[in-house]
Design a protein around this ligand. Structure first.
Ligand code: ASP
Length: 326
């Protein structure tokens, strides 16, 4: 009997290899859910839906975008971390993946242990906006006005862990002032509130703000990146308007629940690379001031390293600020 064992093992291994090859060839055989941590219509959602359309063409299955809002993106991340690792649930998230651990003491996932990484997607600058009827017309006037009226200023955001909150915190820190913050389920609804003059100020990604800036629906004080951006070349940065070293950029990555089969992640990653290269997605992102990441960054390893380095960067900054949600 014992002499036949290697043969059994060889046959069993071959059968398994053939079975997993067949499974990989079949994948995906039904629609895939892409979870977005913020409200529909907002800037992360815009990236997810534009990307989802291209991924769907590539994978030959619909990508169903599901908005799971709450707690600055942590509700969606926890949902995906605990979803079936069967290759049919993915998460698109931003900087919040790396800032949440410093803000929430009872996170139900670990950004470094609960996911399979798929790859990075786009980098998006942010912009500082105010309602159209807010008195200051530019950054210099805003700084002067804020110093005299800080207690009257309402700053909208998408909750602790959101980039709008990070940007708003850094703004208040740089000015040495405290505003009243009003959280929404995403900056889609926050923008609606700004357009309706229910809040005064919002810091948000260009993937939502550019059309409103171009249409003159809002007052626009500057971009949050260290350097000016090519889509809005005449717009000064906050850095060059006195907020020294102000530099906030939003990055997006795609994740799957830990344990998702490696071959499924590889199929999804290939589709991601093709989608990021598609003329329609490229054009849409260029129109909205977003920059598609380089090929080296479209990999699981790059996203994993990036999340780790962003956790290292932001944890001390956020801890020092003393914001702790629960
Ligand atoms: N801009 C968002 C944030 O502040 C979220 C969103 O895309 O709605 O994190």
């Amino acid at each position: 009997m014992a002499t036949h064992r290697p043969l059994y093992v060889a046959i069993a291994t071959m059968t398994l290899t053939m079975a997993s090859a067949a499974m990989a060839a079949d994948y995906p055989s039904r629609p895939i859910t892409l979870v977005v941590p913020f409200a529909a219509g907002g800037p992360t959602d815009v990236v997810a839906r534009s990307l989802g359309a291209e991924l769907g063409k590539e994978l030959k299955q619909p990508i169903v975008v599901e908005n799971r809002t709450g707690a600055g993106g942590t509700v969606a991340a926890a949902h995906v971390a605990n979803a079936q690792p069967d290759g049919y649930t993915y998460l698109i998230h931003h900087n919040g993946m790396a800032t949440a651990p410093a803000l929430y003491s009872s996170l139900k996932y670990d950004p470094l242990k609960s996911f399979e990484y798929v790859g990075e997607v786009v980098d998006v600058p942010m912009t500082l906006l105010a309602r159209k009827d807010f008195p200051p017309n530019n950054m210099a006037e805003f700084i002067e006005y804020a110093k005299a009226n800080a207690d009257k200023i309402n700053l909208a955001n998408a909750g602790p862990g959101a980039v709008s909150q990070l940007c708003g915190s850094l703004l208040q820190q740089a000015l040495g002032l405290k505003f009243t913050t009003i959280p929404y389920q995403g900056t889609g609804p926050a923008m609606t509130a700004l357009l309706g003059s229910q809040v005064d100020v919002l810091c948000d990604q260009t993937t939502q703000t550019i059309p409103h800036i171009q249409a003159g629906n809002v007052k626009f004080y500057g971009v949050t990146t260290k350097d000016r951006i090519s889509k809005l070349p005449d717009a000064p940065t906050l850095n060059e308007q006195g907020l020294k070293d102000f530099d906030v950029k939003v990055w997006h990555g795609i994740y799957a629940p830990k344990g998702t089969p490696a071959q499924d992640v590889a199929v999804f990653n290939n589709a991601l690379k093709t989608a990021l290269n598609s003329p329609a997605f490229k054009q849409k992102m260029a129109d909205l001031g977003a920059e598609i990441v380089s090929e080296e960054r479209q990999t699981p390893e790059s996203l994993q390293n990036w999340v780790q380095s962003e956790i290292n960067k932001w944890t001390p900054v956020l801890k020092a600020e003393g914001i702790n949600v629960n």
